[in-house]
Design a protein around this ligand. Structure first.
Ligand SMILES: Cc1ncc(COP(=O)(O)O)c(C=O)c1O
Length: 453
């Protein structure tokens, strides 16, 4: 039988049959949804083979699909619900405001409190809110261009900053095209104007030389370097010692801004994200996902002087639903009642336990695979024998083996982020030791399907 990435090996056909057996209702919904919705899903990232599953409800660290299967949820909406689903403090805050209207096209009193809390955590001065991570990176780039009066930005291969044209370039560049010595500029799919991408320069993650080379070549032209401080769209790739410090130094030296894209790391790696964790301060930081406790909200944070370019008759930042009452109530409760400083150590410890156990299991089975983790996030790279530090080393991964492991984990009630083999598990602040033990037990069986086909 042909499946994702080619033939499904014989040793996996029974397991795949089990998946389709357990998820019949999802398959039905998919077939119908496909008639009206391209690929049956509302984000390309949600589509996977043989068909996506549809989740009916979630509570705490668990979700249930439309067939009634229960999962320990280590996907958590692509890492966006670090607080756990429907946390009582968030539900209460939202219920209070929902009866009184949710969007007025004006600012609401709660917004300044959420801004104050985020500014405190990041040690930055000013904050503006948007609705998604993509909007936030788009605005941050515009602000950097407006502030510096320059146009070019440096982006790293393998980093993802949302689905807008400025940054849909050189993410998972195909191995044959990515460029060996120097990374190449490769648009992610059709529809992105070449003229937009001309202003984007591509560097290699964890390689300061590749950044310096661009600065030397385009000395007066670079407005900003945008980076995921931990690359979390090629699994989990922490920065090498000195990498972020080096970016800070180079941007200062050449008069460019440093933008941390903390959509994934923000309020997860530490209360003040990677900025706090690594102790390197960017000029602008964006965060999204987990700050809203399950509601769509993002923040653009920056130094006073940089953010001063935002305003009427100046750099545009706008959005009808920005900082509406519903999301501000949710964010305020999430930040002040759930993701408090004491909530972090346990989630990080449980992730550490889970990740170490996964590595031990594959080592015991003599299956080549590398597990990498930091804070509450981890990823396994089947097929890898060396640490993954950038996109070229990411390609050690055997994607088909990853997919088999993912299906096998689903069959055993553990839901890990399914984005075409490159995304991570997240341990939330409400997961229990039992949840983690269940995931480890599941992995003891699922890991066997990782062996090379
Ligand atoms: C690092 C990073 N930046 C930006 C985004 C885009 O966020 P959103 O999907 O909310 O637009 C993502 C999404 O996964 C992300 O991982």
């Amino acid at each position: 039988m042909a499946g994702w990435l080619g033939e499904v090996p014989d040793f996996f056909s029974e397991e795949l049959g089990r998946y389709t057996e357990r998820t019949r209702r999802s398959e039905q919904i998919f077939r119908e949804a496909r008639k009206y919705v391209p690929h049956g899903v509302n984000s390309n990232m949600r589509f996977f083979e043989p068909y996506p599953i549809y989740i009916a409800r979630g509570k705490g660290g668990k979700v249930w699909d439309v067939d009634g299967n229960e999962y320990v949820d280590l996907n958590l909406a692509m890492g966006a619900v670090f607080s756990g689903h429907s946390h009582p403090a968030v539900v209460e805050a939202v219920q209070e405001v929902i009866q009184e209207g949710t969007a007025f096209g004006t600012d609401v009193p709660e917004a300044r409190l959420v801004a104050k809390e985020l500014a405190r955590r990041w040690g930055l001065d000013k904050v503006r809110f948007s609705n998604s991570g993509a909007e936030a990176t788009m605005h941050a780039i515009r602000i950097a261009r407006a502030y510096t009066g320059k146009e070019k930005i440096v982006k790293f291969e393998g980093n993802y900053h949302g689905a807008h044209d400025y940054v849909l370039v050189s993410i998972k560049s195909p191995p044959g095209q990515m460029g060996r010595k120097f990374p190449r500029r490769i648009p992610v799919g059709p529809g992105i104007p070449g003229t937009t991408l001309e202003s984007v320069l591509i560097a290699r993650y964890n390689d300061l030389n590749s950044v310096e080379r661009l600065f030397r070549k385009h000395e007066e032209e670079i407005a900003a370097v945008i980076v995921e401080p931990v690359a979390m769209n090629i699994g989990v790739v922490p920065p090498k010692p000195g990498f972020l410090e080096g970016l800070r130094k180079l941007t200062d030296e050449y008069g460019a801004l440093l933008i941390f894209d903390e959509v994934k790391t923000g309020v997860k790696l530490a209360p003040g994200g990677a900025t706090e964790f690594f102790g390197i301060k960017p000029d602008l930081a964006v965060t999204a996902k987990s700050i809203g406790g399950g509601f769509p909200v993002s923040a653009i944070m920056g130094r006073e002087e940089v953010m001063s370019v935002v305003g009427p008759h100046s750099a545009v930042h706008a959005g009808t639903f920005n900082a509406n009452r519903l999301v501000m109530a949710a964010a305020l409760a999430t930040l002040t009642k759930v993701l408090t400083i004491d909530a972090y150590p346990r989630a990080h410890r449980l992730c550490d336990e889970l990740s170490r156990a996964f590595q031990d299991i594959v080592d015991d089975y003599r299956i080549p695979a590398v597990v990498q983790w930091i804070g509450p996030n981890g990823h396994i790279y089947p097929g890898a024998t060396e640490p993954v530090v950038d996109l070229p080393t990411f390609y050690q991964q055997d994607d088909a083996a990853w997919w088999r492991y993912w299906i096998a984990m689903m069959n055993r009630g553990v839901f890990i982020e399914p984005v075409v083999s490159d995304d991570e598990w997240t341990v939330s602040v409400v997961h229990t030791k039992e949840d983690i033990e269940r995931a480890i037990e599941a992995f003891k069986e699922a890991a066997k399907f990782m062996r090379p086909a």
